[in-house]
Design a protein around this ligand. Structure first.
Ligand code: ADP
Ligand code: MG
Length: 258
């Protein structure tokens, strides 16, 4: 469903002084990845390894310095206007880490969750869809009339999830969607993600530094280090018999919800 070839992202850093040479950093070295329809892939790796860069490029939210991405055989052109990427937005939903920063405090839950519906020009009864999708994520439909500050972190992440799936995307992408939540809430949202995947056949791309999340949710995993995928395979294989020394160290060092 998603294919990337030689996908690369370099950043030019500011000069240290007028006479210093321009410096570059490689956030993503030329990378190939394929994600199949219905697959749940985990992306793990330490902070700064290029996980967010990779998913931003896959979603056309950032322009690659090289390489290409295609989605269902269609080229993702990040230089295209927002409007001409509507087809990609319709197919994808994204949840970020911070449930406090990601919801506009001035908007009701109804407006927040229906935003992708009107932004993408999706027809139908948006208010009804908002109530339906709030139920899907385990919230009361009446909550639609309230504001973000009235909710806990876990509830807000459910709201963010409702917004991400309101337009019925094929792919749900999470950039550390559980990292800011406490352990009990994390387990609940994890169960919810697994349930949505079972029910709707969602393709999942989950960035996480929590092995427990990847273990319970993902069929396959990609391990990133310094802008490269150093290991990719079935989750069980990678977690039980990691081939790359970095993966072994990572597995020994990172937390798990067990
Ligand atoms: N806008 C930017 N300007 C300069 N460097 C960046 C920028 N965004 C990311 N980077 C660098 O790219 C690398 C990968 O970052 P990122 O993809 O955010 O890693 P991760 O999500 O795995 O923590 C890091 O070294 C980071 O400092
Ligand atoms: Mg990141």
């Amino acid at each position: 469903m998603i294919t990337a070839h030689g996908l690369t992202r370099r950043y030019t850093l500011p000069r240290e002084n007028l006479f210093a040479p321009r410096r570059e950093t490689v956030a993503l070295a030329p990378t190939d990845i394929e994600i199949a329809d219905g697959e749940a892939v985990g992306i793990i790796g330490e902070s700064g390894s290029g996980k967010s860069t990779l998913i931003r490029l896959l979603l056309g939210l950032d322009q690659p310095s090289g390489g290409s991405v295609s989605f269902d055989g269609r080229t993702v052109d990040a230089r295209a206007s927002a409007r001409s990427l509507h087809w990609l937005r319709r197919e994808t939903g994204i949840v970020f880490q911070d449930p406090y920063a990601s919801l506009d405090p001035r908007m009701t839950i109804e407006r927040i969750v229906s935003e992708p519906l009107w932004a993408l020009g999706i027809e139908g009864d948006h208010a009804a869809r908002v109530r339906e999708v709030l139920e899907d994520v385990g919230l009361e439909p009446e909550m639609a009339d309230r504001y973000p500050h009235e909710f806990s972190g876990g509830q807000r992440q459910r709201i963010a999830l409702a917004r991400a799936i309101a337009h019925r995307p094929k792919v749900l992408i999470g950039d550390e969607p559980l990292s800011a939540l406490d352990v009990t809430v994390r387990a609940q949202i994890l169960g919810l993600l697994a349930e949505l995947r079972r029910r709707d056949g969602l393709t999942l791309v989950m960035v996480s530094h929590d092995i427990g999340v990847v273990q319970s949710l993902c069929d396959t995993v990609a391990v990133m280090k310094d802008g490269e995928i150093v290991e990719r395979g079935a989750t069980d294989d990678v977690l039980r018999r990691p081939q790359h020394p970095y993966t072994r160290r990572l597995l020994a060092a990172i937390p798990t919800i067990g």
